[in-house]
Ligand binder design. Structure first.
Ligand code: HEM
Ligand SMILES: *[C@@H]1O[C@H](CO)[C@@H](O)[C@H](O)[C@H]1NC(C)=O
Length: 500
């Protein structure tokens, strides 16, 4: 393993050095001609072989976050790094982030970064179709997951959660990470894919889905999505199998008119383009695979991180339990959409867990048209077309002038009176769900399901983290807690109010 890493790093270093030489000579040429262009200057750049090697060294020893943080401290909130000959400009802090999230697709977009999703999701959806169609399909998601549609999922979610934890004994230990992954698969099957999949096709659909994502996310298929390799063949086979399975469900629903379901699948079947055209079976399949891909792993990691954080912060855990007691006092055992909305502290606990454990180290876009940013200090820079731009969550979620003591897990920072994500500098202080044009349409749904799980656990179990606090496995496409997250549990029934 170490040998491979060493070889890979050496190769990266070589490419890097070549890129630097190219950049430096290009920069030298530009500098001879100061008269060219009178717009703002380009961002400061990390240049020179020495600094590149240092950068790589930091990347290897301390990780991506530390590497970017060092440059941020040195060069300020906007700077360019050449990597593999690719120029990546980092935008740090809400002041310089608006265009990244809000710019028009024609000016700034995912570019080819998401190309690998085409063979996975199908050429009928997402990056397989033109911008206009993609925008409409995104509206289907937004519609299917809007608050008025979410109410009907609470009952089924609760049922899945209650059922699941019946299999836990009076007391024992469990790997929270594995348990929550399993549980979220069941909830996704029920609420996103529907009764047929949940009741009759669960194992087959999810093993095929894992086969599909595993083989789509290997480094080789990310780099060469269409190479005739065993990996891409397995991917395509799994994709074809899933299509067949979903097509069966869709067809049988369409042929029996009395069989009307409330799940997300049905909403996507019923969706219509602006010109009145309904979605095709192939489109529905692609949309459903995409939603599983976007929602399942992110939610299970977030539930596990929320648990690991809560169980490591006694005061927060007590406050979360007390909130449950107050809600119990007000509404009894009954949980519905409105009671979930009242779990404000639990909401902040999840939001804070996500701030510290975001779903990706950075978001990336490609610049198609120059744009200018103005930093907090008042410096202006022009970011040229052709650059890749990065909005690194690992830094943006930890900016000290936005988040007081960013290293501390402190859910109250989002509470009334503080609201640090709004007070600190506008719209783009909190981007765990992205924002602007590509904001996650599943945010409310995600909070809902994590709250259903954690309110159940807090009400029914005394829990303790018995393994050490997990590190982050950054090598996963969506970072997750590393290793097992062991908890011990003991069944209890929470009373409405312990003190009164
Ligand atoms: C804690 C859980 C979640 C987090 C942190 C999260 C985060 C995100 C982020 C950051 C993006 C934007 C990605 C990008 O622009 O590159 C995104 C997109 C998306 N998310 Fe989520 N998500 C979560 C849960 C969900 C759930 C539960 C669903 C569906 C039920 C969902 C559906 C989607 C979809 C469909 C997109 C793609 C939107 C588009 O194509 O523009 N997400 N999510
Ligand atoms: C965009 O930026 C590049 C590099 O700074 C510059 O050469 C070019 O003239 C700019 N283009 C426009 C349209 O301003």
């Amino acid at each position: 393993m170490d040998v491979t890493n060493g070889a890979v790093l050496f190769a990266i270093a070589l490419v890097f050095i070549a890129a630097v030489i190219a950049t430096v000579s290009a920069a030298a040429r530009v500098m001879v001609d100061p008269a060219c262009g009178d717009g703002p200057p380009p961002p400061p750049a990390v240049t020179g072989i020495g600094s590149m090697i240092l950068l790589l060294h930091t990347l290897r020893t301390k990780g991506f976050g530390a590497m970017i943080h060092e440059q941020y401290a040195k060069l300020g909130s906007v700077f360019t790094i050449s990597f593999f000959g690719l120029k990546t400009t980092f935008l740090i802090g809400p002041e310089v982030s608006a265009h990244f999230y809000q710019g028009l697709e024609s000016e700034i977009s995912h570019g080819k970064i998401l190309e690998f999703t085409v063979p996975m999701l199908g050429k009928e959806v997402g990056y397989g179709v033109d911008i206009a169609t993609r925008t409409e399909q995104n509206r289907f998601y937004v519609d299917a997951l809007k608050p008025s549609k979410l109410r009907c999922h609470v009952g089924p979610m609760l049922q899945e959660v209650e059922n699941y934890f019946l299999k836990w004994g009076q007391q024992g230990t469990a790997d929270l990470k594995q348990e929550l992954e399993q549980l979220l698969m069941l909830i996704s099957a029920r609420c996103l894919l529907g009764k047929e999949v949940r009741e009759k096709m669960f194992d087959e659909v999810f093993s095929t889905f894992h086969e599909l994502t595993d083989n789509s996310l290997r480094l080789t298929s990310l780099l060469f999505p269409y190479a005739p390799s065993p990996t891409t063949r397995r991917r395509d086979k799994a994709r074809a199998r899933l299509s067949k399975l979903f097509a069966e469900v869709v067809r049988s629903r369409k042929s029996s008119s009395h069989f009307r379901q409330d799940d997300v699948l049905q909403n996507l079947i019923d969706s219509k383009y602006k010109d009145g055209r309904p979605t095709t079976d192939a489109e529905v399949t692609g949309l459903v695979i995409a939603i599983l891909f976007a929602g399942k792993h992110t939610s299970s990691s977030t539930s596990t991180w929320t648990g690991a954080r809560l169980l490591s912060h006694k005061q927060c855990l007590e406050a979360a339990i007390e909130e449950q007691q107050q809600i119990l006092k007000k509404y009894g055992e009954h949980i519905d959409y409105n009671t979930l909305l009242e779990m404000c502290f639990l909401h902040s606990c999840i939001k804070e867990a996500l701030r510290m454990h975001p779903p990706a180290p950075t978001f990336l876009r490609k610049v198609h048209r120059n744009f200018t940013v103005r930093t907090r200090e008042g410096h202006e820079y022009e970011i040229p077309r052709g650059h890749t731009v990065a909005s690194p969550l690992v830094i943006n979620n930890n900016i000290p002038y936005v988040y007081r003591d960013p290293d501390v897990y402190d859910p109250d920072r989002f509470g009334p009176g503080r609201e640090e994500d709004r007070a600190g500098g506008g719209k783009f202080c909190y981007t765990a769900f992205s924002g602007g044009r590509h904001a996650c349409p599943g945010e409310a749904y995600a909070y809902m399901q994590v709250k259903v799980i954690w309110s159940h656990l807090l009400r029914n179990f005394e829990l303790e983290l018995v393994s050490s606090f997990p590190e982050t496995d950054w090598l996963k496409v969506s970072p997750e807690p590393k290793g097992k997250v062991m908890v011990s549990y003991r069944r209890r029934t929470l009373r409405p109010c312990a003190t009164t």
